[in-house]
Design a protein around this ligand. Structure first.
Ligand code: NAP
Length: 259
């Protein structure tokens, strides 16, 4: 029996949009994406200088990137993000939905409409808005030629979250459902949809819940005995974007040190 070659055209490095790429996991994805040959859009909400430093690091290494401010929890900002991408680099071919927040840390009965709106708008509405904008450019129904969408979830979606972060865990559970369902909706359009559930990763997002102290306390409970680094999530994300992952679809993988 002959070996059927996997389709590759839609998966060759093209234009990568990374949301929340001014620091942490998103910044690592942007840098590794550029190294893999993508022209990269570094989205951020507030940290302009940090985003410009990510762009500068990519350019110093010979890559191509722009920084675009935009709150991806807002549909108008998402439209502008993808229009700027069109203008600078052309149609997006790869999207990493990474922007996210821990939200208010509190028992579930103390959440308010305001805290939940911010959390769910930033962690799941953003994925839906950005995926919609990307699909309008990737799908053959809209003149595109396919692409890949990676949604950054969390091990919290599976574990239920640490104390005070149940609502965060629920927002990431929604991301996992979105990955599964969207995979069914757009797979035949040549758009792969995949997710990553990171475990505890050393980034700024941990500061409000204890930072280094929390990491030191948690490390012994992780089967690999340590917290992860942003680059370890980025390596998985860039692999998922690549043709090497051409049959990985509609699923979410754990990159969590065994947690
Ligand atoms: P981080 O270091 O706090 O970085 C968050 C990034 O998201 C920043 O670039 C921030 O940009 C951006 N951002 C926040 N709200 C935004 C918005 N409304 N619009 C656009 N950008 C926005 O966090 P991280 O640890 O790298 O987290 C990245 C993703 O991984 C998140 O989805 C998080 O839930 C997930 N995750 C992290 C861990 C972990 O332990 N670190 C574990 C599991 C999952 P500005 O600075 O400009 O606001």
């Amino acid at each position: 029996m002959g070996v059927v070659p996997a389709p590759t055209s839609a998966n060759e490095p093209g234009v990568l949009v990374v949301t929340g790429a001014s620091r942490g996991i998103g910044a690592a994805c942007a840098v590794l994406g550029a190294r893999a040959g993508y022209r990269v859009v570094v989205n951020y909400a507030r940290s302009h200088d940090a985003a410009m430093e990510v762009v500068a690091a990519i350019e110093r290494a010979g890559g191509s990137a722009i920084a675009v401010r935009g709150d991806v929890s807002k549909p108008a900002d998402v439209d502008e993000l993808f229009m700027q991408t069109d203008r600078h680099f052309g149609r997006v071919t790869a999207l990493i939905n990474n922007a996210g927040i821990g939200g208010a840390i509190r028992p579930i009965e103390d959440h308010t409409e305001e805290t939940l709106n911010e959390l769910f708008r930033t962690n799941i509405y953003s994925c839906i808005y950005c995926a919609g904008a990307a699909i309008r450019r990737m799908s053959p129904r809209h003149g595109g030629s396919g692409g890949v969408i990676v949604n950054i979830s969390s091990a919290a979606a599976r574990l239920g979250g640490i104390q005070g972060m149940v609502a965060y865990a629920a927002s990431k559970g929604a991301v996992d459902s979105f990955t599964t369902g969207l995979g069914k909706e757009v797979g035949k359009d040549g758009i792969r949809v995949v997710g990553i559930r990171p475990g505890m990763i050393a980034t700024d997002i941990l500061e409000p819940i204890g930072g280094v102290t929390l990491m030191q306390a948690t490390a012994p409970t992780i089967p690999l005995g340590r917290v992860g680094q942003a680059e370890e999530i980025a390596q998985a994300a860039i692999w998922l974007l690549s043709p090497a992952a051409s049959y990985v679809h509609g699923t979410t993988i754990d990159v969590s040190g065994g947690r």
